[in-house]
Design a protein around this ligand. Structure first.
Ligand code: DON
Length: 352
């Protein structure tokens, strides 16, 4: 009788302890880096960065896509989403801007998901070009011709690798895949698509040059058209930060819990972001900031901090390389404050 009462009490205690432990994120929660900064630290860094750079006016909107020239250059938004799905925003967070080249990360992810990383490396590669993102010379000069999935030529080749019975099916597959990263249904900004489709002769030329070298794997102009649509997908900063946070979280969307890509595929993507995410500005970015990031001429940049989360910033004026001036400054500031630089032993908690 007495022993049974003790057993019952032990059982109740066990149930209470297990419930408490599983409901409370432990320091060993696999979704959270043990050295992730606190919410208060993240909040202070973001607010400070916003105030410090809100009046920065350097740079110029992209104008080779006519629509982008008409976007208000004062728009400015910041969002951070962490791997344990906390989010923090500041500024113009509801404005939907075109994802542009940032899309290239997620099409690379889709190609890797379908074909495996080795095949994508063989068919496209991951070498920095040291040239502008739309360079014709890079295609002619580089042994791989495609360079990497983030210059226009490599991105068009990547799109051509994705399997589909027709371009519409491919486009819907890409849009659906991006939406799973964002945790929300994304859609095309039709005006951006029309504006770019009417002026993208350079990308068509790149696709024909790739065909000459046998480095495009579907109809060249159809591939350019799907590529142009993927660049015209609209995102706000929170959606973009969530897309990055899914990469930071081993390929699992922290908001929906969906495993969007395999965890083992994430390092391939982050390594390309490090080598080529800011085009010919990538070396300087690695030197000063030290986190994988990707820019787009729409004015967005997303930076991924593995195990911790992602920061997305939108501000249209660009530097010479095509990277948002303000977004670079904000991310650099926040990354320094929060010890995000992956090349620093401090980023994994090693103290002086
Ligand atoms: O193909 C283009 O030129 C654009 N749709 C995308 C370029 C881009 O975003 C380069 N980014 N910095």
């Amino acid at each position: 009788m007495f022993r049974r009462a003790i057993k019952r009490r032990t059982l109740i205690a066990l149930v209470v302890v297990t419930t408490f432990v599983s409901a409370w994120p432990s320091p060993l929660d696999p979704r959270t880096s043990p050295v992730a900064p606190t919410h208060a630290q993240v909040e202070a860094a973001v607010r400070e960065a916003y105030d410090r750079f809100k009046n920065e006016t350097a740079g110029k909107n992209a104008d080779y896509i006519p629509y982008l020239a008409s976007v208000d250059p004062k728009l400015f938004g910041i969002a951070i989403v962490t791997t344990d799905n906390r989010s923090l925003t500041e500024g113009d967070v509801n404005y939907s801007f075109s994802i542009q080249s940032i899309s290239k990360v997620f099409s690379q992810a889709l190609a890797i998901d379908e074909l495996g990383a080795d095949k994508v490396f063989e068919k496209v590669g991951s070498e920095p070009t040291g040239r502008a993102f739309n360079s014709v010379l890079a295609v002619a000069d580089m042994p791989s011709h495609t360079g990497n999935p983030y210059v226009n030529a490599g991105a068009i080749a990547t799109v051509s690798l994705i399997s589909a019975r027709n371009p519409d099916e491919k486009w819907n597959k890409i849009l659906g895949f991006y939406s799973r990263f964002a945790g929300e249904k994304l859609s095309l900004i039709d005006q951006v698509y029309k504006s770019e489709a009417a002026t993208n002769t350079g990308n068509k030329a790149l696709s024909m040059l790739l065909a000459k070298y046998d480095r495009i794997y579907a109809d060249p102009f159809e591939s350019v058209d799907v590529y142009t649509k993927q660049c015209s997908v609209g995102v706000n900063v929170t959606q973009l930060a969530r897309m990055g946070a899914t990469l930071a979280n081993n390929g699992k969307n922290p908001a929906t819990g969906e495993q969007v890509i395999k965890a083992e595929d994430v390092p391939y993507i982050l390594s390309t972001m490090t080598m080529a995410g800011l085009y010919d500005g990538s070396g300087g970015w690695a030197w000063h900031v030290g986190i994988p990031a990707k820019s787009g001429v729409g004015g967005g940049i997303v930076a991924v901090v593995p195990g911790k989360g992602a920061i997305a910033v939108f501000a249209p004026p660009l530097d010479e390389a095509g990277n948002s001036v303000k977004a670079q400054k904000v991310i650099e500031y926040v990354a320094r404050k929060l010890n995000y630089n992956l090349f620093s032993p401090r980023s994994v908690g090693l103290k002086n």
